[in-house]
Design a protein. Structure first.
Length: 322
């Protein structure tokens, strides 16, 4: 027959066989019993209790107020009804405005009615004195789009889009920084209008539009702006949708720009790739004033070349200051 195997710990367990559990439990204090209950609950939890209620309350704080489940449910119901009524009122208001707009125009003016429905605004009507000249006409912007981005801004960015754009167009001397970061619902058309407005502005030094879903269309407009603008020193387009073509357009415009000191475009949805990075370095060599480049090169070759170019530019700036 098989020989039973006796492990060493079996001999050690023998001394616990004659212990009376009831007598042992009776000798425990209340604190020790509570501690034992916690240990047993962790080892073998009650499966009839929901998972979220199995752990004991470990806070020693007193409740700040009386809790009433019925009052809380009633508050939630009333608040839900109120929000639904507000939403229905807004929908009815918008619908009535559209109907009024369509009734105002007759049969011959159907085309005008269709165009007026968009409430188109020509920003050239603004009294904008850019560099002392009146009459330069930027592209128009749909007023409805601008209003939408002023009223609904979940990012918490306090920038007033309409007012800021008007100040750029009027070359306001007090406006030196434009921050559009994290305004997610802003349209590409509005971003392009900002870039076009900055072409002749002479006071804005910092322009930042990180995480605004800007694409190549915006990048091309910014590249066109950099060729002519003489005041912007910092441009930030990080965390957007710009592809390699848009990035190359931005860097290519720097050969015509002598004021930009820092350009940041890291963390785009599209990966630039080795070919684009090598092309970046070729274009960067034509610029002698850029000092900081916010981008992490994947290839070591372009990374070292870009570092050398920026170091060269910094040395030139240092020599000019001396």
């Amino acid at each position: 027959g098989a020989v039973p195997i006796n492990f060493g710990y079996h001999k050690q367990l023998g001394k616990y066989e004659d212990i009376d559990e009831d007598e042992l439990l009776a000798s425990l204090t209340n604190e020790e019993i509570q501690e034992l209950e916690k240990v047993m609950a962790e080892i073998e939890p009650d499966m009839n209790i929901p998972i979220g209620l199995r752990q004991d309350d470990q806070t020693a704080k007193q409740p700040t107020g009386t809790f009433s489940r019925e009052a809380l449910l009633k508050y939630w119901e009333d608040e839900t009804h109120r929000l639904l009524e507000v939403g229905m009122d807004e929908c009815q208001t918008d619908k009535s405005e559209e109907e009024c707009g369509s009734e105002e125009t007759g049969g011959d003016g159907e085309k005008e009615a269709r165009s007026s429905k968009w409430n188109f605004v020509d920003l050239s009507r603004l009294d904008c004195k850019r560099n002392g000249n009146i009459g330069q006409k930027p592209k128009g912007i749909h007023k409805s789009a601008l209003h939408h981005h002023v009223t609904e801004r979940p990012s918490g960015n306090p920038t007033d889009i309409v007012k800021t754009l008007e100040n750029i167009l009027s070359n306001d001397t007090s406006l030196s920084e434009v921050n559009l970061n994290n305004i997610e619902n802003i349209s590409q058309e509005v971003l392009v209008s900002f870039a076009e407005a900055l072409i002749t502005n002479t006071h804005v030094e910092v322009f930042s539009l990180a995480n605004t879903h800007a694409d190549d269309q915006v990048a091309f407009a910014l590249a066109k702006m950099l060729k002519k603008n003489c005041s912007i020193t910092n441009l930030n387009v990080e965390s957007n949708l710009i592809s390699g073509k848009g990035i190359l357009a931005l860097i290519g415009s720097l050969q015509y720009n002598t004021t930009l000191v820092e350009l940041r475009f890291h963390n785009q949805r599209h990966i630039c790739g080795g070919q684009v990075e090598m092309e970046m370095v070729k274009l960067l060599r034509n610029n002698t004033t850029l000092l900081k480049l916010g981008y992490h090169f994947d290839l070591p070759g372009p990374r070292m070349s870009a570092t050398g170019i920026l170091t060269r530019n910094q040395d030139r700036q240092r020599q000019m200051r001396q």
